[in-house]
Design a protein around this ligand. Structure first.
Ligand code: NAP
Length: 604
């Protein structure tokens, strides 16, 4: 009893300490600033793809007094869509869903928008929102280090030297917040094949396609008598085979493993909305007419409805990724029938590539025209390991020798999320070391030990079934909201608690057990391994991800204050807003439409 009382009194200690601390705090400096007298924030976003462009727009919209630079090593804006120019490159979700939520596009030429149109769209958004000047191209981030005294990231950047662009110079920039938007599929890799570089003809990787023409069609216009070998059986290879087969003398695809080829998603829905029948197997049939484009352009309501219907359909497919779900079973039956029917002329290919694993384990690929291309007379398909490559042939393990004038390696990417430059966090810990054997994050947005650093479309931020645009935008906004909090509450750092990262880890481990992704099949979702950690996918649907990110759980973070005070409300300042203090600016913002949320009036 007495012991209990003593403990009780001991427990009062912190309260007394706290009281003492508060009273000894110098709060007089509070009167030196107004609540919305926001300090300047310097933000760096890495990568000028869909993520970096969204970041430029949203940071400028939401964070007052912000100075944001977007650094990209390439010489063009667009990320993936700048680099991937291979034949047939297109998005693999319906075109109208592959656009930012804030800028619909009416005049996509086809149901699955070609890559160059996506690139044009990104550039259109950049110009419409006037963020081109914030994007610094040919600026490669080569090093990042957290600087404890200043609570900033010191970022080293390499660019062509001003006085001699054939050489490079490096300079240092600093940022209060860094948003890494470099994505998981930006580092392509050559396949590990003996003699690969002994080949005397042109040999390209899908993501490094560069034959000098302004379009891939121009590049291949003289390939009518060429023997072309395409290596790979992923989404890129399928699009390449479908596009190249009609343009070349002979095409031989060499694949391994299996893949589900779906009927093009949403084509029946598009047919229904257009009021005409589209033939999903014929890519030339999946184009919109001028009248259809104009009618969507002239009516924003119609365009929104069109997109909404397609989004709704895409967002109804998540259950396909749950083991043994009804949708999984139905899709498997439907895809099998689609593949067998489309490969009727060469059923042996169907036997080889129809998977014995569930739909969705690997990225589902619609690839309009692919199966039809395989059936063409000038197309061959080999499903044996490659032994080696010589100056003019591809040698197969079974003894066949395939003559080749051109080789296209659609052999994938380094999807390990090991960044190609050091990111050194608190206590000198490099991120790549921390992320061994695999990345660990908190809601795919940040990780402990790396304050004021956020990710968008980083590890575990992808999804297998819908467009990723909504998720990218929500991750960008997560970083924007964190930056606003730092600025508003006069904080110098925000760092997720390690136990919150552990919890997200546990959630993922548990979630993926019931998903098809945990089946033992090598995929880039698991960095090419058959088993182990899924590093690319969000543990849930894209709608689920967006809901999770909408309202950050700020209590999962640790903070450091900018001011030497223990008073958590120091940021309340002098009791005024800046416009009242200075008689400048707007003092009626609280009744303006973009601030006021008008509640719906119930219908009587
Ligand atoms: P991927 O899915 O990793 O496919 C690479 C292919 O190359 C696999 O079939 C792989 O076989 C094969 N391969 C690798 N080395 C090989 C070798 N030595 N011999 C024979 N085959 C070899 O790469 P990707 O096709 O470039 O697609 C990656 C991702 O990019 C897609 O899943 C998708 O998310 C995205 N993408 C999107 C679009 C779009 O429309 N938005 C288009 C293209 C790509 P194994 O699987 O057996 O290793």
């Amino acid at each position: 009893m007495i012991e209990g009382t003593i403990n009780f009194l001991k427990n009062l200690g912190p309260q007394q300490d706290r009281k003492g601390a508060t009273s000894s705090d110098d709060l007089s400096k509070m009167t030196e600033f107004s609540i919305d007298e926001y300090r300047p924030m310097k933000v760096i976003a890495i990568g000028a793809g869909l993520t970096g462009v969204a970041a430029a727009i949203r940071y400028r919209q939401y964070v007052p007094n912000v100075d944001i630079s977007i650094y990209d090593k390439s010489d063009g804006i667009g990320g993936t869509w700048y680099h991937n120019r291979y034949p047939g490159v297109a998005c693999d979700v319906p075109a109208h869903c592959f656009a930012y939520t804030f800028e619909h596009k009416a005049d996509w030429s086809a149901c699955y928008s070609p890559g160059h149109e996506i690139l044009q769209y990104i550039n259109h958004v950049v110009d419409k929102w006037g963020v081109r000047s914030l994007i610094k191209l040919q600026h490669e981030v080569v090093h990042m280090q957290w600087d404890e005294p200043s609570s900033q990231w010191i970022v080293r950047i390499r660019r062509p030297a001003a006085n001699d662009p054939s050489t490079f110079e490096e300079f240092e920039d600093r940022a209060d917040v860094v948003l890494n938007g470099t994505g998981g599929l930006s580092r392509w890799k050559w396949p590990d094949i003996e003699g690969l570089h002994d080949f005397k003809g042109p040999i390209v990787h899908s993501a490094g396609w560069d034959f000098g023409g302004s379009t891939w069609e121009e590049d291949v216009k003289d390939w009518g008598d060429k023997n072309v070998v395409v290596i790979g059986l992923g989404s890129s290879a399928l699009q390449i085979v479908a596009a190249l087969q009609p343009k070349v003398g002979k095409l031989c695809q060499i694949g391994r493993g299996q893949t589900w080829v779906s009927p093009p998603f949403a084509v029946p829905k598009i047919s229904e909305m257009l009021g005409r029948e589209l033939n999903p197997s014929d890519p030339s049939n999946l184009y919109f007419s001028e009248e259809e484009k104009i009618s969507l352009k002239e009516s924003p309501e119609k365009l929104f409805y069109f997109r909404q219907q397609l989004e709704a359909q895409m967002s109804s497919g998540h259950k396909i990724t749950l083991r043994d779900s009804e949708l999984q079973k139905a899709s498997r039956a439907m895809f099998t029938e689609h593949m067998r029917k489309s490969l009727e002329k060469k059923p042996w290919i169907a036997d080889l590539i129809i998977p014995d694993f569930s739909v969705g384990v690997k990225r589902i690929t619609p690839a309009p025209g692919y199966l039809e291309a395989l059936c063409a007379d000038n197309c061959d398909f080999i499903h044996e390991p490659i032994k080696s490559i010589t100056s003019s042939t591809v040698e197969i393990d079974d003894g066949r020798s395939i003559p080749a004038d051109i080789i296209v390696c659609a052999t994938g990417f380094d999807a390990s999320y090991k960044f190609p430059f050091p990111i050194v966090g608190r206590n000198g810990v490099p991120l790549n070391q921390k992320w061994t054997p695999h990345p660990r994050t908190y809601v795919a947005a940040c990780t402990d030990g790396f304050p004021n650093l956020f990710f968008a479309f980083g590890p575990n931020a992808n999804v297998g079934t819908t467009s990723i645009l909504g998720m990218i935008e929500h991750h960008v906004m997560y970083s924007v909201m964190a930056t606003m909090k730092l600025q508003r509450e006069r904080l110098k750092s925000i760092e997720v608690k390690p136990e919150a990262v552990d919890d997200f880890d546990d959630v993922m481990e548990e979630y993926f057990k019931k998903s098809v992704f945990s089946e033992s099949v090598p995929t880039w979702y698991k960095v090419g391994k058959a088993d182990g950690r899924i590093v690319s996918l969000w543990p849930g649907s894209s709608l689920h991800c967006m809901r999770a990110l909408r309202y950050p759980r700020w209590e999962d973070f640790n903070y450091e204050r900018l001011d030497k005070t223990k008073n958590r409300l120091f940021w309340l300042g002098d009791g005024m807003t800046y416009s009242e203090k200075t008689f400048t600016g707007d003092r009626t913002w609280y009744i303006k439409p973009n601030y006021v949320d008008v509640p719906p009036v119930p219908e009587s």
